[in-house]
Write a protein that binds this ligand. Structure first.
Ligand code: C2E
Ligand code: CA
Ligand code: CA
Length: 571
């Protein structure tokens, strides 16, 4: 059986083209071809038809392979590109490959042609698959499945883009946050299916209020964000808010029951109230204020900040918590799926608060980030984690330890030094330590992050991308960064058996990781069914309640001896 091959030949000699085609036919291909010898003709062919492969003569009177390659690249195509030449020195060949040609073949040695074609077609198919995976992840990870509006991750990118445009074109950007009052009542009385229907309808109405560049996203449970990137004046904002309130006035029909919706809206303006990073948070404060005042709408004002007084007092106490020994670590094991071996644990910080009891990190990590307490916290966690790791080692348990790093510490230029010292003091080997960093932390300042990560990787430390799939790390980034591991975010894993989008993301991430030789860890593995499904997909490691909840060191030791999972021996 012959294989069809849509072949574009850039070649001034009819005879040479014929020789090439003959070789392809010998190799079992049935080439449908066109021959071109000018840039214009090549452009026309590339845009008029779909091609599988391009061959280009090295030099022609009015055209050459380099220009042909550049021309193909400029059209955005990524086809196998093979240079065919009567004369080409090795050095020129290297230059050609560097410029992006996939192979070069001498006209006098055409027997290399068919194997090269086969290989390049295979590679091109892999590249195509990657692009599709990437596109799938991007699309799914950026869309809220219930309303099909952009989600929080995408919204945050829009904010960034809008502020960049605002800076360039000198106009303010407004951000509105809207939260449906008593949405929980709807969910509780009518069920979550009706709740979802309501959210969809609210989303659709909000969208109908928008024009041009404006954008609405669903940010969380009953929270929507609206971005007005080209605001002319504060009056415009008022008018927009009125329009939005009007649009929501007519009751929503859910299961033939009319439901009246009231919303609280908070607004903040860039650059008047906030910079790009704090815009969302300031709008949140304004929304909170409008809820408290039951006013339906509030614009941010600095004095509203004090409304989060609970946060303020926590902040003050947190400063002392480290010194007073109120922080502690819980550890959650990670298991190698194929063997059932426990390969490591993740250190998760807790705060034993004297009044409020055991606080989870979501209560205090962001406070740390906003107050410069992140560095001392990270140092404490790192040293305690490494000490535990060494302690276990002395008892004959050899495990890797994963530590979470926030964006802030990642961009601290002293970080490699701090870690190096910590390793020295505790005597732990760098290869035992895994740093978990989120995608968004890297994207904040990719260059600085890249430098730090390269240094740390050279020191022998493992790097893991946490919450993978929730932001958008391109393949190019993964390739550039010295990444050893990616962790699929638990939001995808937890639902993968019920939601085919989530299942698709999980599968794509595993595929992408493996083509780059990166270990893939699934977090949030809550059931045996999910564990088995991950095993079938070839996922490397699992972490989650199915295996064990995070536990204090003493409990974990007991768990080790009682558990069905195997402990590696120290050696
Ligand atoms: P993370 O790094 O994604 O950590 C995993 C979180 O998922 C932990 O929450 C863990 O208890 C929880 N989890 C584990 N298995 C399951 C499961 O099967 N189902 C569900 N639903 N959840 C599961 P935790 O301990 O509350 O930590 C929350 C976040 O706080 C962490 O998310 C991490 O981003 C941050 N964090 C924790 N410790 C530190 C730290 O020392 N430094 C920094 N910078 N951040 C930390
Ligand atoms: Ca983590
Ligand atoms: Ca995570």
């Amino acid at each position: 059986m012959t294989k069809p091959l849509r072949t574009l030949i850039v070649e001034d000699s009819e005879d040479d083209a014929e020789l090439l085609l003959r070789e392809l036919r010998h190799g079992g291909y049935d080439p449908a071809h066109a021959r071109v010898e000018t840039p214009e003709a090549m452009s026309a062919e590339l845009s008029a038809h779909t091609w599988d492969i391009v061959f280009a003569d090295y030099t022609m009177p009015h055209f050459n392979a380099f220009d042909a390659l550049a021309l193909m690249r400029n059209t955005g195509l990524d086809l196998p590109f093979i240079i065919v030449s009567g004369t080409i020195g090795e050095d020129r060949a290297v230059v050609a490959m560097k410029a992006g040609a996939h192979d070069y073949i001498l006209k006098g040695n055409l027997k290399r042609l068919v194997p090269a074609v086969e290989r390049e077609l295979r590679d091109a198919a892999v590249r195509r698959k990657h692009r599709q995976d990437e596109e799938t992840i991007r699309k799914l990870a950026y869309t809220d499945p219930v309303t099909e509006l952009p989600n929080r991750a995408r919204f945050i990118e829009y904010i960034r883009e809008a502020v960049a445009v605002g800076l360039r074109e000198h106009h303010p950007v407004a951000l509105l946050l809207m939260d449906i009052d008593r949405f929980k009542d709807v969910n509780n009385t009518l069920g979550y299916v009706s709740g979802d229907t309501l959210l969809r309808q609210v989303g659709a109405r909000l969208r109908s209020a928008l024009s041009g560049h404006e954008l609405v996203a669903r940010l969380g449970c009953d929270e929507f964000g609206i971005l007005l990137p080209r605001l002319a004046s504060a009056d415009d904002l008022e008018q927009f808010v009125k329009k939005t309130q009007n649009i929501l006035e007519a009751p929503f029909m859910i299961d033939e029951i009319p439901i009246a919706v009231e919303a609280s809206i908070g607004a903040a303006l860039w650059p008047d109230h906030a910079d790009e990073e704090t815009l969302l948070q300031r709008a949140d404060i304004a929304m909170y204020r409008s809820k408290q005042m039951m006013s339906g709408y509030a614009v941010y004002a600095p004095e509203y900040n004090s409304y989060s007084s609970e946060r303020l007092s926590l902040m003050a106490e947190l400063r002392d918590a480290i010194d007073r020994g109120q922080l502690l670590l819980h550890f959650q094991p990670k298991v190698e799926i194929a063997t059932g071996r426990i390969v490591g644990t993740e250190a998760l910080v807790r705060w034993q608060h004297p009044r409020l009891g055991l606080l989870m990190p979501d209560k205090f990590i962001t406070i740390c980030e906003n107050t410069g307490l992140m560095d001392p916290l990270t140092r404490w966690v790192l040293s305690d984690a490494l000490n535990h790791c060494q302690g276990a080692r002395r008892e004959g348990i050899r495990l890797r330890i994963s530590v979470n790093f926030s964006a802030r510490s990642l961009h601290d230029k002293h970080l490699p030094e701090v870690i190096e010292n910590m390793l020295k003091i505790t005597g732990a080997e760098p290869g035992r330590l895994t740093m978990e960093i989120t995608e968004s932390a890297i994207m904040l300042d990719p260059k600085r992050a890249e430098e730090n990560l390269a240094t740390l990787s050279r020191m022998g430390i493992y790097l893991s991308i946490d919450d993978f799939g929730t932001g958008y790390t391109s393949l190019a980034n993964l390739k550039r960064l010295p990444v050893n591991e990616i962790k699929i975010d638990k939001s995808f894993v937890t639902n993968m058996l019920n939601d085919k989008n989530d299942a698709m993301i999980v599968r794509s991430v595993i595929d992408i990781g493996h083509t780059f030789g990166i270990r893939v860890v699934a977090e949030g593995v809550e059931t045996k069914e999910i564990f088995d499904a991950l095993a079938a997909l070839g996922c490397d490691e699992a972490q989650g309640y199915y295996i064990s909840r995070p536990q204090a060191c003493e409990q974990l030791k007991k768990w080790f001896t009682a558990s069905i999972w195997k402990l590696p021996s120290a050696s």
